[in-house]
Design a protein. Sequence first.
Length: 118
Amino acid sequence: QVLLVESGGGLVQAGGSLRLSCAASGRTFSSYNMGWFRQAPGKEREFVARITSNGVFRYYGESGKGRFTISRSNAKNTVYLQMNSLKPEDTAVYYCAAGLVWTSLDYWGQGTQVTVSS
């Protein structure tokens, strides 16, 4: 069982930055692939970024390429999402997820709200 708790969301002006954190419980965090997704009102959930268990490989959805950076600290059981040059269309609830294999994300956090004002 892995419990994920996101934090770091809030209200920011367009062009600003936020860093989201996702703290994981359990002693096997380093075994999990981690990812970030987001969901805006009335829209489907969207893939934002993911990182492999060892942190070597990172992949991004189109919306975050060049602006977002995913990272992790296995020592702190935490995955991060640094978001720069934020746009109003980045407004959404951001969720982190974990899975031993990327095609099966077994654990999800409760989400953190990000609101970008124009």
